[in-house]
Write a protein of this length. Structure first.
Length: 212
């Protein structure tokens, strides 16, 4: 009998421990606690650079081409003159261009250009030009008939890598388009023969009065 009671007591102790353990895990009437989960790391969004509006494309300067009006300076007479008016504040720029021109004429290997240089002289007027400009005179004597006396062609042949800068100085200094004159020497007309001087009739001597 004592043995049976001992077995029953042991069984009850084991049953109570099991119930207590189950109660510790889940309380009656309470949902089981959720299982804690580690948050999944989210990669950061890529940083966006501020949008920049595209700027205008850089302007490509057009090559400076000597105007046709200044490139067709030819003479038909044995002597020629070109008048050029220059802005008074750009005299230095214009005379730099003249220095380039004279150097180009001296160093040219073109026989036609050297013939042009032989009779080409540049003068500066002492008196002011129209509207207080400075007047320069190109005197060509003797001309090469039909040759081009435009500065653009001569300068571009001599300075192909610098013509744009030189041409800017030239066009920026001009106050007008200039003018060209063909000069023909005046041939004196033959003088008419001189008329003989008028003759004075000889005086007839009067007779002497008779003596008394």
């Amino acid at each position: 009998m004592r043995t049976v009671l001992t077995v029953l007591a042991a069984t009850m102790c084991l049953t109570g421990f099991s119930v207590h353990a189950q109660g510790a895990q889940t309380a009656p009437g309470q949902a089981p606690a959720p299982v804690s989960q580690q948050p999944v790391p989210v990669p950061p969004a890529p940083q966006q650079l501020p949008s920049v509006a595209p700027g205008p494309a850089p302007a490509v300067p057009a090559p400076i081409v000597p105007p046709a009006a200044l490139g067709a300076r030819t003479f038909t007479a044995p002597t020629g003159v070109i008048f050029t008016t220059v802005r008074p504040d750009r005299v230095v720029d214009f005379e730099i261009v003249i220095a380039y021109l004279q150097a180009a004429l001296e160093k040219s290997t073109d026989a036609r250009v050297r013939a042009q240089a032989a009779g080409w002289r540049v003068f500066k007027a002492t008196e002011p030009g129209p509207n207080s400009t400075v007047l320069y005179v190109f005197l060509i004597d003797t001309t090469v008939v039909g040759a081009d006396y435009g500065l653009g062609r001569i300068l571009s042949d001599a300075y192909p890598d610098r013509i744009q800068d030189i041409w800017k100085l030239y066009t920026g200094a001009l106050a007008g388009g200039g003018s060209l004159l063909n000069l023909t020497p005046v041939q004196p007309a033959p003088l008419p023969p001189l008329a003989p001087p008028p003759t004075t009739p000889a005086l007839t001597p009067r007779p002497a009065p008779p003596a008394r």
